[in-house]
Design a protein around this ligand. Sequence first.
Ligand SMILES: [Zn+2]
Length: 580
Amino acid sequence: MQHLLHLSNKSMSNPFALDLRNEINTRFSVDSINMSYSDWVCKNTTLRSAPFNFKRFPFQKEIVDDLHPNLHVIKISQVGLTETQIRKAAAFCARNRGVTVLMTFPNEPMMKKNSQTRIMPIIENDRVFNLSGGKPIRSVDIQQIGDSYLMVVPATEGSATSTPADFVMVDEVDLSNQQMVGLLGSRMQASSFRIMQQFSTPTFENFGIHQGYSTTDQREYFLKCDCCNHWQLPKFTKDFIHIDGLPEEIKLTDIDTPMIDRYELQLNNVVVTCEKCGSALDLHGGKRDWVAEFPHRDLARGYRVRPFTVSTLTPAYIISELIKYRDRDFLRGWYNTVLGETFEESASRLTEAELNPCFRVGDVPEGIDYFIGIDVGSICHITIGCSAAGLKSGVDVVEFIPVLGDDLLARVKALDEKYHFKQGCVDLFPEQTLAKQLFDATNGRIIPVHYTGTIEIADKIETRKTLQVDRTNHLDSLANLVRDGLITFHNYGQQKEVIKSHLRDMVREKMGEKTPVWRKLTGHDHYFHSLAYLSTSVKFYRGEFVGHKIEEARTVLAYGAINLGGQSRANLWGHQSRAY
Ligand SMILES: [Zn+2]
């Protein structure tokens, strides 16, 4: 459809030709083979009844034009990117015959909200998406544009594996189910386009969009200083932000209201300045360009948006958001959505530095009291450790064993022959029957754990053959063992990296007054849970938990039991523990 551009000015002055032009304008889009997507969007779509343009956010132009089949964009809030992604997706439908674009959002509510408030108005209002006549299919999850379709789906089970697509656009990758995002690519096998573009505010390092972007050519939006011609990447750091009266030793990220008062900081006047000559940078009118860190990488394209990628987000805005997020006790949210950076508080995710010292080589410690933790799945993850006098004395983990679910019961029985477990914990769900079998096979020494409630450990052995455990507290205990240097890992063989990645797959999220919650990143977190069951079994056996009423009796009983020999003492313990 390349018409209008070929009508000469001369023919336009002819009243007949003008009529013809109007008719073409009504029946067809403004298009030509060489027209860029950004031009097409400006010429054919509107925003509040006026033609769309990139004047406010010029950085978007290159991203809209980019049809790289493997594109990753790190974005932030307030820069209009979701809006332009939608126009790009709709433009792709309109400019190509019979294609399917799949746009995904993390979940059903986000998908519906975006579809109803952003996508449907654009498609309905702009004539270019309604040229074919008749009654196109239009609903919250499907928009017919000519003979193409824009499908809007949540990145959840089912949606990832059904309809084939030519172009998959994933919004908010980091909030989406990672396995589903992985599967989305497979929907394009039959397509000649096979374009997959992912957009997200970042969350954690080497996860989601941050991980994807790291594989790309890594483009950043540079700016040339009008004064000294120095090209630079303006960031929210003291190299670019000077605040009169703010002492040298105080970081920008430490600014709070008392500090603003104490040093009488005037923030509305703060500007972004050249890192070299100190003159004010012109974020809007200055010369800007996307510059790749690794220009030779042509397999994956990446764009990273930061607050000063645009001219509309001032240092004063960034600092006022900092204060708001800190007041809500959600500093990570500020780093992620305002700065566009990953963030890991020391208490949110176990670090490499905390984990590395746990891994030991050489002699495997020998203990008297052995415990077992089991994470159940199609592959179960068993950990076995010894602990001389409870968590406070530390736990030495001596076995890390992956085993098929079908073999679990037999394997645990064999291990029990060897170690005579004092206690153990296993998840009650999803295999309740298996969990109960383990309980019965060990005379109640291995106890199914049910995550529920806010009591650290509630003993429901008598009535339900389970422990009810506060999940946050249960997982905190394991994380604290690592941080306090009270747990060591032995005999891990080739599994060191696997164990480490499982232990780094859980993040502790705290938002405001709500109780913190441990959230999984990819779901490959089995040894984390297995080790947490191990530590909870030690904790329960020794009575090391809040609300444990008969601590003394238990301790006496436990020490008394040690004097008995072999299997019998374990059996005795099993009986006694249920009898009290
Ligand atoms: Zn300069």
